[in-house]
Each structure stands twice: as structure tokens, then as C-alpha cells.
Design a binder for this molecule. Structure first.
Ligand SMILES: [Zn+2]
Length: 140
């Protein structure tokens, strides 16, 4: 390939790249997944060959990394927190009653739309503003 492609992220498994691909597509950034076919045929080969490489054109590395960072941040926030701090800008009120106090002031953490798209089946942080109860469940 004559294009100068730069590896900006590596994945061990094929499905890990989907959310990042969606992000790049949404910003019209050309990308290439090097060794994707190899890993999808033999998942055990992934470590040996250094995983699947997400590559973009060198001119678009900066823009692509901003998107990758944004997605990484959102994914991190969606992981089970040891201590949940509720940032109102990242949480939104949902129509749901608290398990503990029946208050309807229940918030769910907001994700970037394309992360949301791919994590609709994973559990989300819920928070009751009345009693402070925190729990995780599927988005209702
Ligand atoms: Zn409550």
C-alpha cells in the first residue's frame, strides 16, 4: 500500500474494534484494520502478531486520536465504578423509580451516541438523587 498509514490502536479481538470503527465512519475518516482477517480466522494468533491494528492516514491521525480518546473516556465511564461521582452534565433524568425510596429522581449516565449504540446491552450506572442509592442495570 502506497498510502502512509499509521497504527493508532490495537485490538486483541475482532469485536473490540466495532465501536471505534463506527466513530471514525461518523467523522468520515478512512481507516484500515490490519490483520483483521488473520485474527478472525485464528483468535489465538492475535497476541503473536500484535493484535489487529487500527490504521488511519497520517494526515488524519490527530483527528482520529481525538475520536479514539473520546470513545475510550466514554467506555471507561461505563465500567463499574468503585465510587460513583455524579456529574450532572453526564447524567440525565430517566423515567424510572428508585428501588429503595420510590423517588422518580433517577439518573442514568449519558454516553456519546455511538458508544451508546454499541453498549445498549450492557449495564449502565443509575443513581437516585433523593436517597443517593447507586446501582447498575440495563438501560430501561
Ligand atoms: Zn432513592
Amino acid at each position: 500500500m502506497s498510502e502512509d498509514l499509521v497504527t493508532i490502536k490495537r485490538f486483541t479481538y475482532v469485536n473490540e474494534s466495532h465501536v471505534y470503527e463506527a466513530g471514525l465512519v461518523s467523522e468520515n475518516i478512512f481507516y484500515y484494520l490490519k490483520d483483521k482477517e488473520m485474527v478472525s480466522m485464528d483468535a489465538f494468533a492475535s497476541n503473536a502478531i500484535g493484535g489487529i491494528k487500527l490504521q488511519v492516514r497520517s494526515a488524519e491521525v490527530k483527528r482520529a486520536l481525538l475520536i479514539i480518546d473520546e470513545i475510550d473516556k466514554n467506555i471507561k465511564e461505563n465500567e463499574p465504578p468503585s465510587e460513583l461521582t455524579v456529574d450532572k452534565s453526564k447524567y440525565k433524568l430517566i423515567l424510572y423509580d428508585c428501588h429503595k425510596c420510590d423517588s422518580s429522581k433517577v439518573y442514568i449516565n449519558q454516553l456519546h451516541w455511538f458508544v451508546d449504540l454499541f453498549s445498549s446491552f450492557s449495564k449502565r450506572n443509575h443513581y437516585c438523587a433523593s436517597c443517593g442509592y447507586k446501582w447498575k442495570q440495563l438501560k430501561s
